[in-house]
Design a binder for this molecule. Structure first.
Ligand code: HEM
Ligand code: HEM
Ligand SMILES: [Fe+2]
Length: 469
């Protein structure tokens, strides 16, 4: 059996990673469809509408990143706790429940595209909350699976040993699952609805997910470059304190214009401006760790993706987030392609990258723990996908930024946010050209994703057996 050398947690993890990769490809394909529809609005009109392609694109992203995170935690839990997973069966059941729920939800999205919003549609079809649009029945399923997951991880650490990393990790998972509940309240008042919805969207990506990837990164640095535990743990504490310190009240940058009291302008402006600080700390941390030792990397592709994560997180979240976070600027950029530019680079840079790094950590062990170094056969494959995905993401970000600039300038600044101003911006030649560039870079990224899948299926298979750790 190919997976004989994996521990129980890692066996579960492989399932999650495969699920993640399948959904990653789906995300890219639906992104491309949405990108084409931006340029050719009649493309697939009334067959697969833009609102549906876009919804599947971003929901597939959230779900595959979650699959990847669950997989990553299952991957490291036995190593970090020094004992075996308490609930192997439970973990498998969780995986299948989640996968079947996701499949049904997506099929329903595709088959029921139009109709009125009622209590029944809320329960059965779509909750209508961007990024977390799953209907209520699936929501409840997700919460149950997350609670079972939480129990499994916490109980395993309790049976084995605790560490700084696992302590932070377990508390963070509790917060992550708890916040999801805020996205399940229903209010017919759109401001109140948005108020709670942002608790999930913002507090996930700018607080709990950041802490989760900081834990994964701490563990990953110990494994790939032998970083010292005391150093990564100390940094982890510093980053977590800064992250929660700025990220929680940074929530205010989504409360500027949705009908909340005006004090949010000050709170949101101030604390979200501080949010890049922990990201700088993470960058310094990783560079420091790699620079202070004579670097011997046992897994080149994983390490390259860890580095991509550190820079991507810093640029996408820190710099691109900061661009538009002061209320004086956000007044003009709010909800334009400027936001989409930041959204793409932040999600890609912070979360896609670290998941891919973990895929490579996993496949290394599956292929017998050989060194993924310069002796690797066909190493052009991982390098090609690394280049295509990163160049594609950066190119798309710049294209969207140019489009966002046009939009903010023409629609908001010159035309004063009028209806005709909106169309003036949408038909601006530079705006349209940028949308074409976005599609081109999207094609590069999609090819990069397929090359990644191909590489993961083949990497290390043809190496000679002497090359092992
Ligand atoms: C990895 C972390 C992050 C991710 C994944 C992320 C992702 C996103 C996404 C997808 C949106 C668009 C939401 C929508 O559909 O309306 C958004 C909006 C926003 N983000 Fe981030 N973000 C991150 C970190 C940050 C940071 C650190 C800052 C500030 C320094 C920031 C500032 C903003 C602001 C101000 C908006 C609102 C844009 C608007 O008004 O349209 N983000 N973010
Ligand atoms: C891993 C790579 C990708 C990530 C992380 C990602 C992430 C996102 C996010 C967060 C949004 C919502 C943005 C917002 O509301 O502000 C979005 C929307 C979108 N994405 Fe992607 N995406 C990726 C790849 C692609 C690709 C390859 C394409 C193909 C062209 C694409 C095309 C689109 C389009 C057309 C939208 C709708 C934008 C709008 O409503 O204005 N994305 N994506
Ligand atoms: Fe935010």
């Amino acid at each position: 059996m190919a997976f004989a050398n994996l521990n129980l947690g890692q066996k579960v993890s492989v399932k999650y990673f495969i699920g993640a990769m399948v959904l990653f490809i789906a995300q890219m394909v639906f992104g491309l469809l949405a990108g084409i529809q931006f340029i050719q609005p009649e493309f697939l009109y009334q067959i697969l509408d833009f609102n549906v392609t876009r919804m599947v694109h971003i929901n597939a992203m959230i779900i595959w990143l979650l699959f990847g995170f669950l997989g990553s935690v299952y991957w490291l839990v036995e190593d970090e706790s020094g004992t075996s997973l308490v609930g192997y069966k439970l973990a498998n059941i969780g995986f299948w429940v989640l996968s079947i729920a996701v499949t049904i939800v997506v099929l329903v999205y595709l088959f029921v595209q139009v109709g009125s919003g009622t209590q029944a549609s809320l329960w059965l079809i779509n909750e209508g909350r961007e990024y977390i649009e799953a209907p209520r029945w699936a929501d409840i399923g997700i919460v149950l699976v997350m609670l079972a997951f939480f129990y499994n991880i916490a109980a395993t650490f309790m049976k084995g040993k605790w560490s700084g990393i696992s302590g932070v990790l377990v508390l963070d998972l509790l917060a992550l699952a708890g916040i999801y509940l805020a996205g399940m309240f229903y209010s017919p008042n759109i401001s109140m609805d948005q108020f709670w919805w942002w608790w999930v969207v913002h507090l996930w990506v700018e607080a709990t997910w950041e802490v989760l990837v900081a834990c994964i990164m701490a563990w990953g640095l110990m494994k790939t470059i032998n970083a010292r535990r005391e150093i990564v743990t100390t940094w982890l504490y510093v980053e977590v304190a800064l992250m929660f310190g700025s990220g929680i009240l940074g929530l205010g940058h989504h409360y500027f214009w949705i009908g909340t009291p005006e004090y949010w302008l000050t709170i949101g402006g101030f604390f979200s401006a501080l949010e890049p600080v922990p990201l700088v700390a993470m960058l310094v941390h990783a560079v420091y760790d790699t620079g202070t030792k004579n670097l011997k990397v046992s897994n080149h592709p994983a390490f390259a993706w860890f580095i991509a994560h550190v820079f991507g997180n810093f640029l996408g979240a820190g710099v691109w987030g900061f661009f538009q976070t002061l209320p004086q600027i956000n007044l003009y950029t709010h909800g334009t392609q400027w936001s989409a530019s930041h959204g793409h680079l932040a999600f890609f840079g912070a979360y896609v990258t670290i998941n891919v790094a973990m895929f490579y950590m996993a496949i290394q062990k599956i292929r017998g723990g050989q060194i993924f170094g310069s002796a690797l056969v066909n190493k052009y494959r991982w390098k090609t996908s690394l280049a295509l995905l990163n160049i594609g993401a950066m190119g798309m970000t710049i294209a969207l930024l140019v489009a966002g600039y046009q939009q903010a300038f023409i629609e908001r600044a010159v035309e004063g946010s009028t209806w005709s101003g909106f169309f003036e911006a949408q038909t601006n030649l530079t705006f349209i050209a940028s949308m074409n560039w976005r599609l081109l870079f999207g094609v590069l990224m999609t090819i990069g994703t397929f090359v990644l899948a191909w590489d993961l299926l083949t990497i290390g298979k043809t190496n000679d057996s002497k090359n092992t750790t």
